[in-house]
Design a protein around this ligand. Structure first.
Ligand code: NDP
Ligand code: MG
Length: 371
């Protein structure tokens, strides 16, 4: 049995992981669980899965009679120090997930990483921490999980570019003139994936794909000139690679996060997802429209600028999406807030976590001024 600690266990990714474990799809044993605010769900999951320890990161007092309890991020650090496990699944949403990634690597755990913000915000610093602790970072994001599989057994020199697919979100075919009247409900209604609220909005603006372009660059060592994005509304092709001989290799499957999550935690699990009948498929691809979705275009200029621009992009996006979700700004204002924040000077090279925290706070201040 592989002993796993699941952070963000009450969210979309955390629940998918736990469902797969509940259904015995993989040889995984839950030893630790962490949530932020849903104390009752945390306690009931601890009971159901027989977790040895649990942590609630918002610091509130809570009851859990079946497991050792911890609170806050200092509590999470203590829990990881004391637990014997093989791997941590980080499925926390947002920038706060970075702290959890660094704690997990620092405590000597391999990291199955859904929290793409960790890679985007810390960049090479995160990989230095992994290297210093001799630990692996395995991506959970479906596109990156697909690329990881496609790159196996190939030399870096034999691969020309990575091709990330994107569903295009709910506004793929909407005329730009109508963007001013987009509602939160429309933006949350993703056509192919069921996900948490923040990532659903990011999928509507294509900011999610922007984060994933940056994530791919760091994970696989490709610059922006060798990363392509193609819109693929069916979300069946999870990503592709283009080799230097001109061939293209793809990974296909039904849109279901079970496969990338369990593949990041185990090897050789069987029958994880519904068998794909490709004879029934009609697949469509189109170029992204960077005019209507400028945040995606921004990812490529961010990769050229380096420094802390990606961190600023993420912070501004979190602030703007939060304001859009609570109804205080429009969809178009959301885009503008991110663009304006990124326009500032973010050339500082990242070298430690305190600096990351300071830069994130600064970017959030600037973004709030643009709301
Ligand atoms: P959800 O919003 O559904 O869940 C977020 C989880 O993180 C919850 O367990 C929540 O706890 C916890 N959490 C929220 N805020 C904090 C915080 N400040 N500190 C610690 N824990 C916190 O998100 P998703 O599952 O959709 O996404 C999680 C991550 O995975 C994101 O980084 C996302 O980009 C990435 N991802 C998601 C995919 C998906 O299909 N959903 C696909 C690919 C990547 P609580 O509920 O107790 O408040
Ligand atoms: Mg993805």
């Amino acid at each position: 049995m592989i002993r796993v600690i699941i952070l963000g266990c009450t969210g979309s990714i955390g629940s998918t992981a736990l469902k797969a474990i509940r259904e015995n799809l993989a040889p995984l044993q839950v030893v630790g669980l962490c949530a932020h605010s849903h104390a009752e769900s945390l306690a009931s999951l601890a009971k159901e899965f027989g977790a040895e320890a649990v942590c609630l990161t918002n610091g509130a007092h809570y009851e859990c009679t079946n497991a050792r309890t911890y609170r806050g991020f200092s509590g999470l650090q203590q829990m990881l120090k004391e637990l014997d496990a093989d791997i941590v699944l980080n499925a926390i949403a947002g920038f706060e997930g970075l702290k959890a990634s660094l704690i997990s690597l620092g405590q000597g755990f391999d990291l199955a990483l859904a929290n793409k913000e960790s890679v985007v915000c810390a960049g090479s610093f995160l990989f230095e921490v992994a290297r210093a602790n001799n630990r692996r970072i395995i991506p959970v994001d479906s596109e990156h999980s697909a690329i990881l599989e496609l790159l196996k057994g190939r030399s870096r020199e034999s691969v020309d570019s990575l091709i990330l697919t994107a569903s295009g979100g709910p506004f793929r075919t909407m005329e730009k003139e109508r963007f001013s009247s987009i509602t939160t409900e429309q933006a949350l209604a993703h056509p192919t994936w069921k996900m948490g609220r923040k990532i659903s909005i990011d999928s509507a603006t294509l900011a999610n794909k922007a984060l994933e372009v940056i994530e791919a660059a760091h994970l696989f060592g490709f610059d922006g000139d060798h990363i392509e994005v193609v819109i693929h509304p069916q979300s069946i092709v999870h990503s592709m690679i283009r080799t230097t001989d001109g061939a293209v290799y793809a990974q296909l499957g039904n849109p279901d996060m079970t496969l990338p999550i369990i593949n990041a935690l185990t090897e050789g699990s069987r029958n994880l997802v519904k068998r794909l009948d490709f004879t029934k498929l009609s697949l469509h691809f189109e170029a992204p429209d960077y005019q209507r979705f400028p945040l995606l275009d921004l990812a490529f200029s961010i990769l050229k600028r380096k420094g802390a621009t990606a961190l600023a992009f993420n912070a501004a996006d979190e602030v703007a999406v939060g304001a859009f979700l609570d109804g205080s700004i429009s969809y178009l204002r959301l885009i503008e807030v991110v663009q304006r924040t990124v326009e500032e000077n973010w050339d500082e090279k990242i070298h430690d976590f305190d600096q990351i925290l300071a830069l994130d706070a600064k970017a959030r201040d600037i973004a709030r001024r643009h709301l």
